[in-house]
Design a protein around this ligand. Structure first.
Ligand SMILES: Nc1ncnc2c1ncn2[C@@H]1O[C@H](COP(=O)(O)OP(=O)(O)O)[C@@H](O)[C@H]1O
Ligand SMILES: [Mg+2]
Length: 412
């Protein structure tokens, strides 16, 4: 189990660190401290944990402190104060020798500018770290070949890396990091120098790799789309400070500050927002075997709705009942709602995205029932208007008048 814990980590560049640190504790801003002391607050009091196997992305504009924070994790830069703890091991108090061991076995770094030896072959570059550790040649070639295959470079083993494209060079960088079989990969803008197409491809491959290898990945990017595509969770940095940590969906649906909002405005939400965050959880329902025709009609009257989801007494979703159908069976003398339940209603699950629910708009002209995948119990409903609003990219603040009336009518 390797869990990374970052406790109150601060990194200050400049001579007057002590003074800068105490100004920081007084609540002075990065700009004020720079002016008074000439010191740069690169990372300010970062506190967070990264779970084993997590794909953790640190996102922020250039100069926000991402690289500084990442480099403090393996002490390529010494933090000014605070702690980095890996499981029970306090990284910040290790001797140089112990630290080397940790860097070798636990954490490996992949850089934006690859950092390869240009004249050496792919296999020599990948095995370079092992060579420094005096791993016997046969063994290191063996290990190198395994990871070279893993990153899709089989057949290129003997090419000098300078002959390779950017994408391929970054694969070599990745293979070199993987050769030591580290638990944690630290990746600093590893894909930022690549062409968009190659970049997308590398992102997908990295996701696949992580699924099979279960590495913990700390990945830096200045690109929100990349962060959303890759991250289990994203930490957003501004001026050295982590201003929000959350899943992509949490960040999109609940941005912590105006700064985060302005970032997420441009993101294509359809493929990220799920039913779980849009659904209305306690809809009025007609309970088959309990409410009966009369009871269901009464519920419709009270709620002002003409359609209700029908559920069994143990909340299993059965379908929808419509006012006109209830009135019709009532006129025929029926007392139970069974005959009025329309059961051919497509359902979605909490993890279904808005994009995947779009076909439902055309299909039943009504709210989308959200059920538990395992037992078909009704968890809530997503109103069509919510789907339309997400699809058109209108922000909720701009939804007015008619749309709100419509929405209220539709929430059943
Ligand atoms: N070696 C350094 N000496 C002084 N200031 C630095 C140094 N490295 C980075 N900085 C400053 O620290 C801040 C954070 O930089 P950095 O971590 O490189 O940001 P990012 O990776 O998000 O672009 C910036 O204000 C930058 O100018
Ligand atoms: Mg950087």
């Amino acid at each position: 189990m390797s869990k990374l814990k970052i406790e109150d980590l601060t990194l200050i560049f400049g001579k007057e660190k002590e003074e800068a640190l105490s100004l920081l504790k007084e609540g002075k801003s990065k700009a004020e401290i720079l002016e008074q002391t000439g010191c740069t607050i690169a990372v300010k009091e970062a506190n967070f944990e990264i779970e084993k196997g997590e794909f953790f992305v640190i996102m922020g504009l250039s100069g926000s402190g991402k690289s500084s924070l990442l480099r403090c994790l393996n002490r390529l830069i010494e933090p000014t104060s605070g702690k980095v703890v890996l499981d029970q091991l306090n990284i910040t108090s290790l001797t140089d020798k112990e630290l080397q061991e940790v860097r070798r076995k636990e954490m490996a770094m992949v850089f934006q500018k690859f950092g390869l030896l240009p004249h050496r072959s792919v296999v020599e570059n990948v095995a370079f770290g092992l060579e420094l550790q005096q791993v016997p040649e046969a063994e290191r070639e063996e290990k190198a070949k395994t990871v070279i295959e893993l990153v899709g470079l089989k057949g290129y083993e003997n090419q000098p890396t300078e002959a390779l494209s950017g994408g391929m060079q970054q694969r070599v960088g990745l293979a070199r990091a993987l050769a030591n079989e580290p638990e944690i990969l630290l990746m600093d803008e590893a894909f930022s120098a690549l062409d968009p197409l190659i970049r997308t491809q590398m992102q997908e491959e990295l996701i696949d790799l992580q699924k099979t290898m279960h590495k913990t990945i700390v990945f830096i990017t200045h690109d929100l789309d990349e962060a959303i595509r890759l991250g289990d969770r994203i930490a957003i940095m501004k001026d050295g400070e982590i201003i929000q940590i959350g899943t992509p969906e949490e960040i999109l649906t609940n941005p912590a500050t105006d700064y985060v909002s302005s970032f997420v405005e441009k993101v294509d939400r359809k493929s990220i927002i799920t039913a779980a965050s849009l659904m209305f959880e306690k809809p009025t329902v007609a309970i088959a075997g309990k409410d009966g025709v009369e009871g269901s009609l009464r519920k419709m009257r009270v709620s002002g709705l003409t359609t209700l989801p029908a559920v069994s007494v143990d909340k299993e979703f059965l379908g929808f009942v419509y006012l006109r159908d209830l009135l019709e069976i009532k006129s025929k003398g029926h007392h139970v709602i069974a005959k009025a339940i329309r059961s051919d209603i497509p359902v979605a699950y909490p993890e279904t995205t808005v994009e995947q629910m779009l076909p439902f708009i055309a299909e039943n002209g009504r709210a989308v029932p959200i059920v538990d995948r395992d037992n078909n119990k009704l968890l809530g409903i997503v109103a069509q208007t919510s789907l339309l609003i997400e699809t058109t990219g209108t922000s909720w603040e701009n939804v007015t008048g008619n749309a709100i009336d419509h929405l209220q009518n539709e929430i059943i």
